[in-house]
Design a protein around this ligand. Structure first.
Ligand code: SF4
Ligand code: SF4
Ligand code: SF4
Ligand code: FES
Length: 939
């Protein structure tokens, strides 16, 4: 592919439905009212010179290069800031405007270094292009611009430089940071020739900058340039693909020079991101070629043996032979596998097929078990489908936004930018979270209510909101009557009216004043468009599924479902967590969430696959661990997941892994889990994969190989090889063939093909004969299950409560620069922002324990302890502490328990009773403690 250059129409498109006819340079063009003259010219195929305008930003009108003449108007207005009017006749190339443009360009060039030939942006610089376009031949004012030419370069950011000497003060960077990213880190200080961009602090690193790169992308000169471009040169070709970090699923142009990846540029037509990105997707891809990657398969008979590098054939034969031996000795159900939410749909589908057809059992589960399995359960019970209801774009229509148990600015940054844009435009915000997340108060945004509840009381607070809505007659009776099951509603109404669900009763144990709950409920009910966005702070609880249903009840009771601007929106953690669930990774469901006991569905699979499939659900991940410890479960295949680090109660997980006779790990790196493995199979990075990811809005995006696979094959081929070696032949020529099989077997994917995705970019399932281009908003006319089903959601306090011995409640989360267990981001310069996991603790809790900021503390729960450094902050209330789990050494999951959601076994990561004490031994003590724990487990 050549380098994809997206057209720039100069100013954003107008959404007006009213059309206006104008004439530009003799060409008649019809555009929506509100369109700029510049954009109308672009629509007519004409190009007006410009510097400060670009179509991702509102017009600013500072450079004056885009002057035009308009019949009947005096002067030469800027075309970027002048809207079209009916019958307008515009001239963009008159001698007068051409002369003026040359004069303007002369002024710019007089204060610009003339080092074009050696400049990193040579060939990709709009200033250089425009100098040519306006026909600049001489610079009468000389080149001795006093104010900028000697300005120093700010190289503080690990990914981009700011070379102030090249800045033309067009303010595109400032506006990108304001309008697109919403961080407002940059300003223009000074006037005229003294104007310059300031990052607030002394440099970019010391500023509010979150390194999203929007300013770099917007800069028309080499002032803001990626270090990789400076080092490697301007890219010459690009491949469209999808970010492999979070569930936002941003589309990128991977831009290469030869075979070398130079930069990732967010794709303007990407449905999820519309040209924006965060620091991870844009910059943190270096892990893909990190020297730690393992490229050759390895085996060993015992985990105390050294690894032996072997060929792929030897590794596959070894694994297959040992799997069969184990099944012959311990039975067909003694083995199983875990699929990865980081892998493509096609890779996940191949692995679950291998387990069901070649292993011959349903012992397949996915890492979604430990994050969003309650979403699947709760939304299926209430609405009939296990997925979020909206597309991301929908947030632009929301009047009230409720964020529950999610921290979008850190965990889903690009969606957070879209949400912040809507909030700055006036939508009302309610945050329900134990922590004061950034959204509660950020530039031009202030939550109307922050319901700072105690961890574990989500259900009570949302029930109390529903109680208020019923109690105060705020139910949307028309919606409920038309769209919901009447009997279930009656039962629910009777339940929710009970005094124990009132805000006044709830206040006693949730810590949220009743008046605040009532007020938040009124705002949500008033809408008119109210949308709920939630994350793992909802699902990772003993009542995770109950909470999802409680939110769905709230949406149905207020009619906040079935159109743009409303809905129940899970913010999915990993890039393909939606897809891994869709693909049939759960032990009880085939792809498309059909139960394995459904004989009609099962026969379809059996007939196409030529295999007899079990009709009983298999083991979930925690059941596999328990069965391993008790000696019934003997072998496990783990696709791209570090369960030793990511799953709760590390001691129990390690005991399970250590009990296995055979552990097969497929991954990029020798991770913590691989310490217990007998077979290690190398994996592919997203830059090598060919397939699809499905993001949090059910959007199926193509992942295209940017470089050749470094292991000689695609990951789905490994599953095929292992399956074939086990006696169940499995073969595909391409990933597209796997998608064809998925479409054949999965009604919601029936219309999906690689050809369609290549043609239209992406589609949101359901995509089938009824919805050939997908379904951005679900349940417009009816729910998937027919009538919406209100569910009773009694609040049951978790067993995990603070006690005298463990008086604090620990909750966990993510930070912007790091991702999950950090396997990828720790292998990039992102470590500069977060080099270790810290324990957030309130000043009063710290003071009473003699803990100072930055000092080492021991964090202990009833299942284990670890050491971290304390960070004293008022983001957490007294009684609550918080940490991340990005570093193996901090071992946050050593302390989390195996309490889990009653319906899905999703672990209760978000509530652990702990004590925090000063630790005078620091990390040495922590390392020794971990070694002790591992030694205990290893016997
Ligand atoms: S990188 Fe992003 S956050 Fe930082 S200054 Fe640029 S636009 Fe703002
Ligand atoms: S840094 Fe780039 S985008 Fe920002 S004002 Fe200077 S030239 Fe314009
Ligand atoms: S928001 Fe998520 S998908 Fe988008 S670039 Fe960042 S990590 Fe990647
Ligand atoms: S492009 Fe119109 S004023 Fe700069």
């Amino acid at each position: 592919m050549t380098l994809l250059k997206e057209p720039d129409h100069g100013t954003p498109a107008s959404s007006s439905v009213q059309m206006v006819c104008v004439e530009v340079d003799g060409v008649a063009v019809t555009v929506p009212a509100g369109t700029s003259v510049m954009r109308a010219a672009a629509e007519a195929g004409l190009s007006v010179p410009k510097l400060c305008a670009t179509d991702s930003l509102q017009a600013f009108g500072s450079c004056r290069l885009c002057l035009v003449e308009i019949d009947g108007r005096k002067g030469t207005p800027a075309s970027c800031t002048t809207p079209v009017e009916p019958g307008m006749v515009v001239h963009t190339q008159t001698p007068r405007v051409e002369r003026l443009r040359r004069n303007i360009m002369e002024l710019y060039i007089s204060d610009h270094p003339l080092d074009c030939l050696t400049c990193p942006a040579n060939g990709d610089c709009e200033l250089q292009d425009m100098a040519g376009v306006v026909g600049l031949r001489e610079v009468r004012y000389g080149f001795a611009g006093e104010n900028h030419l000697d300005a120093p370069t700010d190289s503080s950011n690990p990914y981009f430089d700011f070379d102030e000497s090249k800045c033309i003060a067009c303010s595109r960077c400032v506006r990108a940071c304001d309008e697109i990213q919403g961080t407002l880190a940059l300003t223009i200080v000074g006037r005229g020739f003294e104007s310059k961009v300031s990052a607030g602090g002394t440099n970019f690193m010391d500023s509010e900058c979150v390194s999203c790169g929007a300013c770099v992308q917007a800069c028309p000169t080499a002032t803001l340039s990626e270090k990789s471009v400076i080092e490697l040169g301007i890219p010459t070709r690009s491949v469209l693909t999808t970010c492999a970090y979070c569930g936002v699923g941003c589309s990128f142009k991977a831009e290469l020079r030869g075979d070398e990846l130079v930069r990732m540029v967010p794709h303007k037509d990407g449905g999820a991101n519309e040209g924006h990105s965060c620091v991870k997707g844009r910059f943190a891809w270096g892990y893909a070629t990190h020297p730690d990657r393992v490229m050759a398969p390895m085996v060993r008979d015992a985990i105390t043996d050294p690894w032996r590098e072997v060929s792929w054939e030897q590794a596959i034969d070894y694994a297959a032979q040992r799997l069969r031996e184990i099944q012959n000795t311990h039975g067909v159900d003694s083995i199983g596998g875990i699929t990865s939410s980081r892998c493509t749909n096609e890779e996940v589908f191949a692995v679950q097929k291998m387990i069901r057809a070649a292993f011959g059992n349903n012992n397949v589960d996915t890492c979604a078990r430990v994050c969003h399995s309650p979403t699947g359960y709760g939304l299926k019970q209430t609405f009939g489908t296990s997925a979020g209801t909206q597309d991301f774009k929908s947030v632009a229509e929301a009047d009230v936004i409720v964020v529950i148990g999610a921290n979008p600015t850190d965990a889903h940054p690009v969606f957070a930018s879209r949400m912040k844009k809507r909030l700055r435009a006036g939508a009302r915000l309610i945050v329900i979270d134990p922590r004061r997340i950034d959204l509660v108060r950020s530039p031009h945004i202030e939550a109307e209510h922050h319901l700072q509840l105690l961890p574990g009381t989500n259900v009570a607070v949302v029930n109390a909101m529903a109680h208020t809505i019923v109690d105060e007659g705020l139910v949307d009776i028309e919606f409920v009557t038309k769209r919901c099951d009447a009997e279930l509603y009656r039962e629910w109404e009777e339940f929710i009216r009970r005094p124990e669900n009132s805000p006044e009763a709830t206040e006693q144990f949730s810590g949220v004043p009743a008046a605040e709950i009532r007020s938040a409920a009124r705002i949500y009910a008033a809408g008119p468009n109210s949308a709920i966005y939630y994350g793992l702070g909802v699902t990772e609880h003993s009542q995770g599924s109950t909470m999802v249903m409680a939110m769905a009840n709230l949406a149905m009771a207020t009619g906040s479902i079935g159109r743009e601007g409303v809905g129940i929106n899970p913010l999915r953690g990993q890039n393909n967590v939606q897809g891994s669930c869709d693909m049939g990774s759960f032990p009880h469901e085939f792809s498309g969430y059909r139960h394995v006991s459904d004989s009609v569905v099962r026969e379809q699979f059996e007939s196409l696959w030529g295999a007899t499939l079990q009709s009983e659900p298999g083991l979930r991940i925690p059941n596999m661990f328990d069965a391993a410890v008790s000696g019934e479960f003997k072998a496990l295949f783990v696709q791209g997941e570090d369960i030793a680090q990511s799953d709760p109660n590390t001691r129990h997980v390690l005991a399970a892994l250590e009990s296995l006779e055979l552990l097969i790990v497929q991954d990029l790196f020798l991770n913590e889990t691989a310490k217990y493995a007998h077979v290690f199979l190398p994996g592919t990075s997203f830059l090598e994969k060919d397939g699809t990811f499905t993001n949090a809005e059910r959007r199926i995006n193509r992942v295209r190989p940017v470089m050749k696979t470094k292991i000689g094959k695609q990951e789905w081929e490994v599953a095929c090889d292992l399956s074939t070696a086990l006696g169940y032949p499995m073969h595909y020529d391409t990933a597209a063939q796997i998608m064809d099989e998925i479409a054949t077997l999965t009604p919601t994917f029936a219309g999906v093909t690689f050809a369609l995705l290549d043609e239209v970019g992406s589609v949101q399932w359901p995509c089938n004969a009824d919805n050939p281009l997908g379904t951005p908003v679900m349940y417009v006319d009816s729910f998937a299950r027919g009538d919406g089903a209100f569910q009773l959601t009694p609040y049951v306090p978790t067993d995990e409560r603070s006690t005298r011995r463990y008086p604090l409640l620990l909750t966990t989360g993510r930070i912007l620069s790091q991702y999950n267990v950090g396997a990828q981001t720790r292998r990039t310069p992102n470590v500069i922002w977060h080099g270790e996991d810290l324990l957030d603790i309130h000043e009063s809790d710290a003071e009473m324990r003699g803990i100072t900021d930055g000092s080492w503390v021991t964090l202990a729960s009833r299942v284990g302890e670890t050491a971290l450094r304390a960070h004293i902050t008022d983001r957490v209330p007294p009684g609550v502490v918080y940490t991340t789990f990005h570093y193996p050494v901090s071992g946050a999951n050593v302390v989390t328990t195996d309490n889990s959601d009653w319906a899905t076994n999703c672990p209760e990561y978000k509530v652990t009773a702990v004590e925090v004490t000063p630790n005078l031994h620091g990390p040495e003590r922590a390392a020794a403690d971990r070694a002790d724990a591992e030694a205990t487990v290893n016997g």
